[in-house]
Write a protein that binds this ligand. Structure first.
Ligand code: SF4
Length: 804
């Protein structure tokens, strides 16, 4: 059967095949592949037009909401402004209206001028600059052919991008690591330039051409170098994004990686050369002459053809595509075997761990030990490891203030995630203690793996519904049994891949492995064994299964992160509404398109919220449709990182529901750490938008969620300023309504007399967020509509209160 290809969403287009620098670490000119010698210098307009057409048809076929295109080289500025303009215009006009173009250029900066910046501002092209650090570091490799330094030119280019009119174009700096450079000097030099992001790249190397090692620098010099930078970056409060570090932090918590060089996410990148041929990732040039060749070209082959190429498919097969050593590795979910090119050895091809294996393992364990997740190297203990300490030390005052205003950076949301992981451990331990079972196989295994393969256990326990079992048991629901705990241990054993076995009770014909999927087996007791190359399930009738029948499916979103569509976990029914059954393929496609579009809208309309959502939202659980088509969504206090939603009719509504529910997720985690109100207060309070009175926490939760709703409609109202039409009028009416409601609700909270000191400060933060929106002028008609709706709701509330 023909494989359904994973869509390609990232394209590197070689605009010019030569360079004005002669960097001695460049993979294009200085490594094994020499194909550049025979290629045209500049890409032709016909090739650009055809490439744009191919990308456009691919976007339509796969309902892509965004594609990223990087104009690359050689040095792409050598292609000249006219060719760059034609490339941008061809790409934009070929994409369907619902697909956004994330267009970037990666340059050495030498030729970057004010005229180029003006062009990129007009065409909305973001600019990434290669810079290896301070002058000494940069001069080590990045020089002109005659040996001159390129450092002054690069600083001038960065200076241009930091000017107010061009700052929005500055995508970040790309720094290739050299262990001879001082990591402190490199970090300080890069940080001084105020980049929005820095990519720290390991120099390309293979087992045939290993990376530089220095006798006095120990066993893992690249890890040591990166960990030094990581420490400085953390101490500075993570002043800019670093995908390498963020990817390790995310994968340690069971979330997706943000870079192809780490994690198990499928690669979705292709390269177009100046002669119209398609190639695999550029980094393969480092392996052997011709390694990236696909034999395909833009005129004869579609992007679906390219996505099916065995070389590209090999980078899309996750754990199964890795070497046996990697599959058995305790950090494989974070590492993913490193960059594909770095695994190459002449006799075994790419079936090897990365040539940076020791460095990657040290880096991941080092970040885990520094608080990126629960420490990986702690001795074996019960899964309550670290719970107390993390619970009491989770949020700094600045983080709490940031959350009070409704937002939450990636670092702050990660801190919430770590505290929730600790809470899950503590609750599992308490539920186990209460079970009175003493020693039992599943608990023993989970405890042992917690020391020996901590990332595997962390990834399973970070799953939103891992805590649901403990919560039900602690609430006295003993009918839930001990099976889900055995299933958690089995999933951890499969992830650890060390050969551990555990018995799991099977009911209803399905064995569920949380975070992975389910296997159809007869009822009874099945034994699950995690192996280096997968798993084995021996069913009660003696039959053996080695593959998931229904894997947990994930949707890849712009920016390289993924979210799971959880339609399998038996404990996902933790929300206020019934959950949907396993989604059929057509509905999966609908969800995929809707989530991609909604994520685009969140980035555009709620950028202050989007970063936190990306850092903490791991799961969307489809709910059954509401009555009469009513929108239905719900967060569950015991399911951190998940939101339940019935797929609404439109992507904007989905965006709004995601933002609204993730506010509940964040606030629930805050309330697990801090007392914001007097829990003995048993009065009921009316929220302005509800007819029924609720406990204070209900008012607080609703108000917090509506901060995001207010900002969503406010941003849209500002964008529609002066425009007529149904969408504009609806935005203004909704904005008028929700800013007033939210402001009233904050005042009601502040005046309740039931907030703690911290809670009063939290309410002040909410007020700071809503107050500026009250000053945005609205047409009289919109104000009138809002006032009428408010009076109607107040009247309903009054009548209910009288009846009560
Ligand atoms: S650390 Fe080494 S063995 Fe482990 S996944 Fe990475 S490359 Fe493979």
């Amino acid at each position: 059967m023909t494989r359904i290809p994973v869509p390609l969403t990232q394209f590197v287009v070689k605009m010019h095949s030569r360079c004005d620098l002669a960097c001695d670490h460049c993979y294009v000119y200085e490594h094994a592949d020499s194909s550049w010698r025979s290629r045209p210098k500049v890409i032709g307009d016909g090739i650009l037009a055809k490439a744009a057409e191919r990308i456009g048809e691919h976007a339509v076929a796969h309902r892509l909401s965004t594609v990223r295109v990087v104009l690359h080289g050689g040095e792409p500025l050598l292609a000249g402004p006219g060719r760059l303009r034609r490339a941008a215009e061809a790409l934009r006009s070929a994409l369907p209206p619902e697909c956004a173009l994330d267009l970037r250029i990666h340059t050495n900066g030498v030729l970057l001028s004010r005229a180029f910046c003006a062009l990129f501002a007009e065409l909305d092209v973001k600019v990434g600059i290669s810079l290896d650090g301070d002058r000494a570091a940069n001069d080590r490799h990045r020089r002109f052919a005659d040996g001159r330094s390129s450092h002054p030119q690069v600083l001038r280019a960065v200076g241009l991008l930091n000017e107010p009119e061009y700052r929005h174009l500055f995508a970040g700096l790309l720094c290739t690591v050299d262990i001879e450079n001082d990591p402190v000097a490199v970090y300080r030099a890069l940080a001084e330039l105020r980049p929005p992001a820095v990519d720290l790249l390991l120099p390309h190397a293979t087992w045939e051409a290993p990376p530089k090692r220095l006798p006095a620098r120990g066993e893992a010099p690249y890890a040591d170098w990166l960990l030094t930078v990581h420490g400085l970056w953390e101490a500075d409060g993570r002043p800019f994004a670093v995908r390498t570090f963020e990817s390790v932090h995310r994968t340690l918590r069971g979330l997706s990686s943000l870079t192809e060089s780490l994690g198990l996410e499928p690669s979705d990148l292709a390269v177009l050369e100046t002669d119209g041929t398609f190639e695999q990732a550029d980094s393969l040039k480092t392996a052997y002459d011709g390694a990236p060749v696909t034999g395909m070209n833009v005129f004869a082959h579609s992007l679906d053809d390219l996505a099916r190429h065995p070389g590209i498919a090999a980078r899309q097969s996750g754990l199964a595509g890795l070497s046996a050593a990697c599959r058995a590795c305790p950090v494989v979910r974070s590492c993913g075997g490193g960059l594909y090119a770095h695994r190459y050895r002449a006799d075994t091809g790419f079936d090897n761990p990365s040539v940076y294996c020791g460095d990657l393992m040290t880096l991941i364990n080092g970040i885990a030990g520094a608080g990126g997740s629960a420490p990986a190297a702690e001795p074996a203990a019960a899964p309550a490891r670290g719970g107390e300490a993390l619970l009491t030390a989770a949020l700094a005052p600045a983080q709490l203030d940031e959350l009070a205003r409704g937002y939450g950076s990636a670092a702050t949301v990660a801190a919430l995630g770590n505290s929730q992981l600790a809470l899950t451990r503590a609750m599992l331990a308490a539920a186990w203690d209460a079970s009175g079972q003493g020693r039992a196989e599943a608990w023993e295994l989970l405890s042992e793996l917690d020391g020996a393969a901590a990332p595997a256990v962390d990834a399973v326990l970070a799953h939103p519904y891992a805590r649901a079992w403990a919560a039900r048991r602690l609430a006295g629901d003993l009918a839930v049994g001990l099976g889900p705990l055995a299933a958690l241990a089995a999933a951890a054993a499969v992830r650890a891949g060390r050969g551990d076995a555990v018995a799991v009770p099977v009911r209803g014909g399905w064995l569920h492995l949380p975070t992975l999927g389910r296997v159809a087996v007869p009822d009874g007791e099945a034994v699950v064994t995690g192996r280096a190359d997968g798993f084995e399930v021996r069913a009660a009738d003696g039959s053996v299964r080695t593959a998931l029948d229904q894997p947990l499916r994930r949707v890849r979103l712009a920016g390289g992160w993924t979210v799971a569509l959880e339609d399998l976990d038996p404990l996902r029914d933790s929300h206020d509404h019934p959950v949907a059954e396993r989604l059929p393929e057509a509905e999966l496609l609908n969800w995929t398109g809707a989530l991609r579009e909604a994520w685009e809208l969140l980035g555009r309309d709620l950028p202050g919220y989007a970063e936190g959502i990306r850092a903490g939202l791991g799961t969307v659980t489809p709910l059954r449709p509401g009555p009469a088509g009513r929108d239905v969504s719900s967060a569950a206090r015991q399911a951190y990182g998940a939101v339940g939603i019935a797929r609404p009719a439109t992507a904007p509504t989905l965006a709004l529901l995601l933002a609204h529910e993730f506010q509940h997720v964040k606030l629930g985690a805050v309330l697990d750490l801090h007392d914001l109100y007097d829990r003995a207060d048993d009065r009921l309070y009316f929220a302005p938008w509800r007819p029924d009175p609720r406990p204070l926490e209900g008012l607080l939760q609703g108000t917090y969620a509506h901060l995001a709703v207010t900002e969503y409609w406010g941003t849209r109202t500002v964008a529609y300023d002066g425009l007529a039409g149904e969408a504009a009028e609806r935005a203004r009416a909704q904005f008028g309504l929700w800013r007033r409601y939210t402001a009233e609700a904050v005042e009601r909270l502040a005046g309740s007399g039931a907030l703690t000191g911290l809670g009063a400060r939290f309410a002040e933060g909410m007020w700071e967020s809503v107050e500026p929106w009250l000053a945005v002028p609205l047409p009289v008609a919109a104000e009138r509509d809002a006032e009428r709706a408010r009076r109607e709701r107040d009247e309903r509330s009054r009548l209910r209160s009288v009846e009560a």
